[in-house]
Design a protein. Structure first.
Length: 160
């Protein structure tokens, strides 16, 4: 077990010691999506959803989730985030209405922000679902994945 950084000498999980790591600029962007029906698409687009402005509330939820990632994910370090942005784009084709969500997170620190970006994207999608479920519970939250990350010892990553 000594070769694994997330286990102590007893083989139990631990938070990795990052105190010796260099503080560098770090950024990560995660993507997910929510497929909705035409009625939900139109209500979100026209800001007519009964619970209010879906994208505004979901955006705030995503920002809050990024800031609280270490409370959700046991081995994540609490980070001082320098920037969080949530972007929405509709992909409409035939009878498919897909809301694509991209969450970007930045910091200057000793560990990356991939988990914060993934958590932000996930919470944003879940909030869209929550605000729209009274209209249709058949929405589909799509694949959630890291789109890109930069900074740190492991270098940059760009999904092709």
């Amino acid at each position: 077990m000594s070769d694994f950084t997330h286990f102590n000498e007893q083989g139990r999980a631990r938070m990795v010691d990052i105190s010796e790591k260099q503080a560098t600029e770090r950024k990560a962007t995660a993507r997910t999506s929510v497929v909705v029906n035409k009625e939900i698409y139109e209500k979100i687009r026209d800001n007519k959803m009964e619970k209010g402005d879906v994208l505004a509330v979901a955006q705030v939820a995503g920002v809050m989730a990024a800031k609280k990632t270490s409370d959700w994910i046991p081995m994540c370090h609490p980070l001082q985030l320098k920037g969080i942005d949530i972007l929405f784009n509709w992909h409409v084709k035939d009878d498919t209405y897909e809301l694509v969500i991209e969450a970007s997170v930045k910091t200057k620190g000793s560990t990356g922000v991939e988990m914060e970006a993934l958590t932000a994207a996930s919470a944003t999608a879940l909030t869209v679902y929550d605000m729209c479920k009274a209209v249709d519970k058949g929405m589909i939250i799509g694949q959630t994945y890291l789109l890109e990350k930069s900074g740190g010892k492991s270098g940059d990553f760009y999904r092709e």
